[in-house]
Ligand binder design. Structure first.
Ligand code: DGL
Length: 282
């Protein structure tokens, strides 16, 4: 597949949908914040369920996935791409921003900004996929905002499959959380960045384990604020008075997807389609 003509998306502007993607259901935490803050906007969400999880894949594979899914969103007329996946934000956003004409917004900068604002003792923990941790993207962004802050990162590769399975409050999930987070807590962090958009779905179990003294922060709210500001500054915000909709495309069927969207996030999903990934010809 060639990347589609992007001029049409820019020209069609205000009523065109915002394209949002993730490897699976995690990006719905960002879609939920977008729905709350920008109720007039249509959202077109792609969950790349055929290839989830992204977090253990190589940088070049994740970058290609990012281009392929963005291409599918642009082919549907997206006016902006929101990369609602930390892994793809860390590894694919720089190239997408260079190569696409539509604005591309990732979740690392919004998450880092939330952490810098929240920390009092200057020691921030980051939990994320292996690929995000290895990329060093959170350290870089937090240090760009405040070089004094100490950052301790921990990869948690088993959490995404447990969340995709819908095991948010399961004893197995709590054991896995304890195993990953125990060491991080001993280091004395006062803020924990949920550096994977799936993790806010575990907020209750994570909060119960870390206790009230540690602030849990994620990207969703700050990301939605950036999208809002970007759309307004470019004159691309929806000007209609009808409320927007959330349409979902999955690249493979997923049993838990709708349950999570509706039960855990209270999202009303208008339409769910399954479409195979449109591969890019290199
Ligand atoms: N939700 C994603 C993230 O924010 C992807 C997780 C994965 O697929 O491994 O990193």
């Amino acid at each position: 597949m060639e990347l589609p003509e992007q001029g049409a998306a820019l020209g069609g502007a205000m009523r065109a949908p915002i394209g949002v993607f993730d490897s699976g259901i995690g990006g719905l935490t960002v879609a939920a914040a977008l729905r709350r803050m920008l109720p007039l906007e249509d959202i077109l969400y792609i969950g790349d369920t055929a290839r989830v999880p992204y977090g253990g894949k190589s940088a070049s594979t994740i970058e290609r996935y990012g281009r392929e899914i963005s291409g599918m969103l642009l082919a549907e007329g997206a006016k902006m791409i929101v990369v609602a996946c930390n892994t793809a934000s860390a590894l694919a956003v720089p190239r997408l921003q260079q190569s696409l004409e539509v604005p591309v917004i990732g979740v690392i900068q919004p998450g880092a900004a939330a952490a810098v604002e929240a920390t009092r003792n200057g020691h921030v923990g980051v939990i994320a996929t292996r690929a995000t941790v290895q990329s060093g993207a959170y350290e870089r962004e937090i240090h760009r905002l405040n070089p004094e802050i100490r950052v301790s990162a921990q990869a948690c590769p088993l959490l995404v499959p447990l969340i995709e399975e819908g095991w948010m409050n399961d004893p197995v999930t709590r054991l896995v959380i304890e195993r990953y987070l125990g060491g991080l807590l001993e280091l004395g962090i006062d803020t924990l960045v949920l550096g994977c958009t799936h993790y806010p779905l575990l907020r209750e179990s994570l909060g119960a384990f870390v206790g009230e003294g540690i602030a849990l922060v994620d990207s969703a709210q700050n990301c939605a604020m950036r999208v809002d500001a970007e759309l307004k500054s470019r004159g691309m915000a929806s000007s209609g008075s009808d409320s927007g909709s959330l349409r979902v495309t999955l690249t493979d069927p997923s049993a838990a997807f709708l349950d999570v969207a509706q039960e855990a996030l209270g999202l009303e999903v208008g339409e769910v389609r399954v479409r195979p990934v449109q591969m890019l010809s290199e």
